[in-house]
Design a protein around this ligand. Structure first.
Ligand SMILES: Cc1ncc(COP(=O)(O)O)c(C=O)c1O
Length: 354
């Protein structure tokens, strides 16, 4: 497919890298393309980052038929720009598209245009330690129509946002709260797709946890509320004795790329890692018998997020003495080391852009 490039007439001032937050600033350019049944995906273009006009009846706005991804571009010490397993994000985007009845996107083409966009925007990739350029590929249903069905037309776009260090005050454990009141996803639902409705469903529980001083919600399964699924918008890992455990993928858990990277690195190093069901009762029992050594979340934003405290009902459980455990530290250092080109890349995950 042909790609047209229109350069922005005026470039924005670059932000102060020491003050970057998350998701508030956007670069000068974006990628877009459209889908129509008679044309397929067409009109691939890179142009200025700009608002677009939507009919108030646009199906996406009413029924959330859409999917998105989240990945990052990293600047290495030598000034190169690189991506971490980007092909996995486009594969997951297509899995989400299939679940949402959205026509699939050519994964190779999407990666090529992303590299082209990043090459144009290379000066936007920050250089300060642990900063990055967050990448948000998104696809939305575009028909102006109020009936519930699959849209016939779609737009796919990629926007870029420079983001600061996730741990500006250092790598510190967070406090999380188990919710038995709400669930994030249910059996047969869209939990394993990266689709807006899942995030809308999670907001109220997240707000309540914040009001009580907890930074994330520990989600239980939507059928029996017995098994642990995810933490906030991250996958979760436990270290029980010498076993590193993460809940097995069951259709309602998002198959995280960081999760998969921890599992693959663990297998590569010969660590004892398993994907299996883990109930909240097993967790409490492991804590009571001092076998629960560590708990940590895993996702693109934080990479690894150690958990220092879990509240369940009226009980509060302290994990690893409220400190960062050695397993969380090891995987954080290994994955960030690969992403920023500071460590060996034993499994060939890095894709160089420039
Ligand atoms: C619900 C949910 N679970 C898990 C993850 C972690 O996935 P990844 O490691 O691919 O970022 C994410 C976020 O990206 C998410 O939104």
């Amino acid at each position: 497919m042909e790609l047209t490039v229109t350069e922005a007439e005026k470039l924005k001032d670059k932000p102060d890298e020491s003050k970057l937050g998350f998701g508030t600033l956007f670069t000068d350019h974006m990628f877009s393309m459209d889908y129509a049944p008679d044309k397929g995906w067409h009109s691939a273009r890179i142009g200025p980052y700009a608002p677009f006009t939507l009919e108030p009846s646009t199906m996406f706005l009413h029924y959330a038929q859409g999917a998105f991804e989240g990945l990052k571009a990293y600047r290495t010490e030598s000034g190169n720009i690189q991506l971490f397993r980007p092909g996995e994000n486009f594969k997951r985007l297509n899995r989400s598209c299939r679940r949402l009845c959205i026509p699939e996107i050519d994964e190779d083409f999407a990666l090529d245009v992303l590299k082209k966009l990043l090459t144009i925007e290379k000066d936007w990739v920050p250089a300060q330690p642990e900063t990055s350029l967050y990448i948000r590929p998104t696809v939305i249903a575009m028909d102006p129509y109020l009936g519930v069905r699959a849209s016939h037309t779609y737009r796919f776009f990629i926007i870029l946002s420079p983001v600061g260090a996730y741990y500006p005050e250092g790598f510190n454990p967070v406090k999380i709260q188990v919710t038995s009141e709400y669930v994030r996803a249910v059996r047969g639902g869209v939990g394993e797709a990266k689709t807006p409705g899942n995030y809308a469903a999670s907001i109220l529980a997240g707000e309540k946890a914040h009001q009580e001083g907890y930074s994330q919600v520990l989600w239980l399964d939507g059928v029996e509320q017995k098994y642990i699924e995810e933490v906030g918008s991250m996958n979760i890992f436990f270290v029980i004795d010498d076993e590193i455990v993460t809940p097995e993928l069951n259709g309602s858990i998002l198959p995280g790329i960081t999760r998969d990277s921890v599992i693959k690195l663990a297998k590569h190093w010969g660590d004892n890692v398993s994907e299996r069901k883990i109930s909240i009762a097993e967790l409490i029992e492991a804590h009571a018998s001092a076998k629960l050594k560590e708990v940590f979340g895993a996702g693109t934003a934080a990479v690894i997020s150690p958990v220092g405290e879990i509240k369940h009902g009226e009980e509060v459980y302290t994990i690893a003495g409220g400190e960062v455990g050695p397993v969380a530290r090891k995987y954080y250092d290994a994955i960030t080391g690969i992403q920023y080109g500071k460590a060996e890349d034993p499994l060939g995950w890095i894709v160089r852009v420039v």
